[in-house]
Design a protein around this ligand. Structure first.
Ligand SMILES: [Zn+2]
Length: 169
């Protein structure tokens, strides 16, 4: 008798998750037919989709137009906030390092993903090299990365540090 409600709650909970992930997967499939990459994502808040995104890298000539980043931009715009900590993201594939960073910056509370990064690598979307680069010391990375004008660059940080009416994020 006592078990029934919690089983029902879990069933309904899973139904919701299935529904949102199905939406992300549908976006990913439709996007292939619309000239984009096979990736889709939705952001959900209080059981409502607040942002959708698909991969538009080649279509928009925008290397940052991954599904998750696009969905975050849309959700933030729709909600009028940079803080999505009361939202969850459903993405058709495990996020790449760029999207993972964006998800952490947006403070999304949960990530649900469909395909793994191994699945993505098998069809030509291998992001392992970026994870490897992050682990390397800065002077050993494949893109030369050199510090110049630090004494000038720090001026903006001082202005920020001393600003009284800043919006911290
Ligand atoms: Zn990405």
């Amino acid at each position: 008798m006592k078990k029934a409600p919690s089983c029902l709650a879990k069933f309904l909970f899973d139904m919701e998750k299935t529904k949102w992930m199905t939406e992300a997967i549908e976006l990913s499939k439709n996007n292939v037919n619309n000239g984009g990459g096979p990736f889709g994502a939705v952001i959900v808040r209080n059981n409502v989709i607040v942002g959708r995104g698909v991969n538009r890298v080649t279509v928009n000539c925008d290397p940052t137009a991954h599904a998750e980043v696009t969905a975050i931009r849309e959700a933030s715009k729709n909600l009028g906030t940079f803080d999505l900590s009361d939202c969850e993201i459903y993405t058709s594939c495990e996020p790449c390092p760029m999207c993972l960073g964006a998800i952490y910056w947006a403070r999304l509370k949960t990530i649900y993903y469909g395909n793994t990064k191994v699945d993505a690598a098998k069809i030509g979307f291998d992001d392992q090299f970026i994870y490897d680069e992050i682990d390397r010391p800065i002077n050993e990375r494949s893109i030369p990365t050199k510090q110049i004008l630090p004494e000038k660059a720090i001026e903006a940080f001082k202005l920020w540090d001393e600003k009284d009416d800043k919006i911290e994020y």
